[in-house]
Design a protein around this ligand. Sequence first.
Ligand SMILES: Cc1cc2nc3c(=O)[nH]c(=O)nc-3n(C[C@H](O)[C@H](O)[C@H](O)COP(=O)(O)OP(=O)(O)OC[C@H]3O[C@@H](n4cnc5c(N)ncnc54)[C@H](O)[C@@H]3O)c2cc1C
Length: 379
Amino acid sequence: MKESFDIVIIGGGAIGTSTLYQLSKSGANVALLEEFDLNTQASGRNAGSLHGQIQYEPFEELGIEWAKTFLHGLAILADSLAIWKTLSAELEVDLEVSSNGGLMIAENGQNMRHLEKKVELENSIGIASRMLSAAELQELAPYISKKMVGGSISPIEGKANPLLLAPAFAEAAKRKGGKVFTNRKVTAIVRDGARYRIETTNGHFTAAKVVICANAGIPALGQGIGVNIPIDDAPVQVSVTEQVEKFVHHLVYFTSEKLTFKQANSGSLLIGGGWPARYNPDGDPILNPDSLRRNLRVALKVVPKIADIRVIRTWIGVGNGTPDHNPIIDEIASMPGVYVGMYPYMGFTASPLMGRLISELVLTGRTERDISPFALSRF
Ligand SMILES: Cc1cc2nc3c(=O)[nH]c(=O)nc-3n(C[C@H](O)[C@H](O)[C@H](O)COP(=O)(O)OP(=O)(O)OC[C@H]3O[C@@H](n4cnc5c(N)ncnc54)[C@H](O)[C@@H]3O)c2cc1C
């Protein structure tokens, strides 16, 4: 089998399908190739948090100079969150989006002082996060432990349903003429005159331009064309509880230990925060019971009311990152017409804007927004 397109996208997660949607909307002759089914990797396994603040753990570990460089990536999240507000209507699917804000909870004065510096940086790019006293925190979120000394709120944050986003982008793209081919693992991208031949496990394709949105698969595809792209991967786990009456309206984080905590529309609580899973001898990621215990203990400490609620399932997804936590949006210098699009750790949130920026770059060779901080040459 051989199929020809103007543009081929590799990867059927949130970023690949978002890019497919934007390119299809512009009338391009475009196809997406996915190794498995759509939305089966990070985009369909994440915790559905819509992030719009600097994460506390890297802020403490990497420091303020790192945080300043991450403001470029943070601005992508903030502007993507603005798109999320109308995305359900645009894609004609209820993505279960809510944006009641994200609470970062502090348990001591030192955490509060660090949070103040973080809030100051967020404010410097127009994100209206602010500090909360213990009393303000209790008024906003009475379910938080009374032992907590305060925190901060980022009002642009929220949540959405990760099971719905990539399929919604793909369906909207198909309505505009975009093509999707699943169960095609791309094994090689080979220059063929002025075009590229894309070899897969099920036939080959040709295209004038290739967009790599393969997330965990990017380093292997990069190696195949002689480019080293340093993306790391770590399996992490997320747990879900039985459905209970709605009482959590925010996305909740904790400064002292890893935690993200929220309640889905169904009533289930989602408990995560990046606790590591482990690998079995075959190299498959599996549950780490110690991480599960610790994750639940942290959740219980911050929200004591969950003591009697049962966890019904824990799953694992592989999270991908870049060394500086900033995204990659670039054309590969040695392979003109081959592009890479990747957002580390928080790519579910970033995907609506990522699709717009990648398609703008592919179609016009430039973007109105300055994407130089996201160049491959920084590695
Ligand atoms: C457990 C977990 C929780 C997370 N929580 C959040 C959160 O709450 N909020 C948030 O914003 N982000 C979160 N993230 C991060 C977010 O899920 C990712 O950043 C985002 O989904 C990346 O989207 P993507 O489309 O780039 O990647 P993916 O969804 O991984 O899609 C890439 C696709 O490329 C395909 N592929 C790879 N190689 C090839 C190949 N050679 N040929 C064909 N196809 C290929 C893969 O099969 C895959 O489907 C979380 C991640 C994990 C793992």
